[in-house]
Design a protein around this ligand. Sequence first.
Ligand code: BGC
Length: 348
Amino acid sequence: MTVTKNLFGQMPSGENVNSYTLSNGNMSVKIIEFGARISKLIYDGVSVVCGFDTMDGYLKDGDYHGSIVGRYANRIFEGKFKIDDKEYSVSNNEKGRYHLHGGYCGFSGKLWTYEDSKEESSYSSLTLKYISVDGEEGYPGTLTVHVTYTLTKDNALSISYSAVSDKDTIINLTNHSYFSLSGVGNTILDHKLKMYCDDYIPVDEKLIPFGNYAEVSGTPFDFRKEKTIGRDIEAEDPQLKTGGGYDHCFVRDKGENKKKPELIASITSPVTGIKMDILTTEGGIQMYTGNFMTAENPFFERYPQMKNQAVALECNRIPDSPNHEAFPSCIFRAGEEYTQTTIYSFNK
Ligand code: BGC
């Protein structure tokens, strides 16, 4: 199996941005050094992840397409949190009041560096690295992050993360790909989804968690029995009105992490028959149904962006958890390793 390197484009500062395409013949994944993003994923001839063909597309993008998001994915209320008794303030890049996806220029906006790649008979892989310096966006500690993308011969894309800081800090990483299993340019409202999540996290009108778990049972958030994403998306539910659709963290076992990746969700397109299983060590999965997807920045410079055209299924910790006792801790002590493995496995 192969890894092919190409020049993708340039950063505004003039540095080159390379792409690396992992391929097994039937599936290929193109990753760019800008934001360590999945820029294109083709399975069985169908392009199933939204992206852009040029750096210009990515530089205009405000929706984190395909990127690795960090140091803390999703929102932190007023950008404030405490570790022990010390208070920290990180950038409030959303409406000047909230921290979102790592700040003004989080990991999604950084140029990652090549670390390693492998071409084996059963898989090919790419490891990228980013060093986030002490104080970047307000976070304590210099954090060294490695992300390895591995494509197997049986069409599974695994994303393994590891990160270590030299001071106590908070860490919550994810991949922010938007999937459309009918092919980019179509809707996801007809996709059938099953999630192994008994609870979800209700949010206020700023999309910040109140701090409690809510049972999905008897609500539009119950995907424990497979149903289409669109079936209940317009239901009279204040939580759905808040987000203009689904924009919530679904939780397995109260957000507890697993030692090995376990199945958390499966999603199928009725048009192509493509099914994607998601396995993860994370206890949460943020489902964002592209409710604000109206940017005038066509995917692959051809497909106009439209609401509900794709769905992000981001495996991570619970949003704003540093500010809520009930949620598992995201604090990592100096020298303590953060790890995550998430697998997107395709079949038909
Ligand atoms: C969040 C959304 C946000 C989107 C793009 C998602 O992870 O849940 O609220 O609009 O990312 O920033």
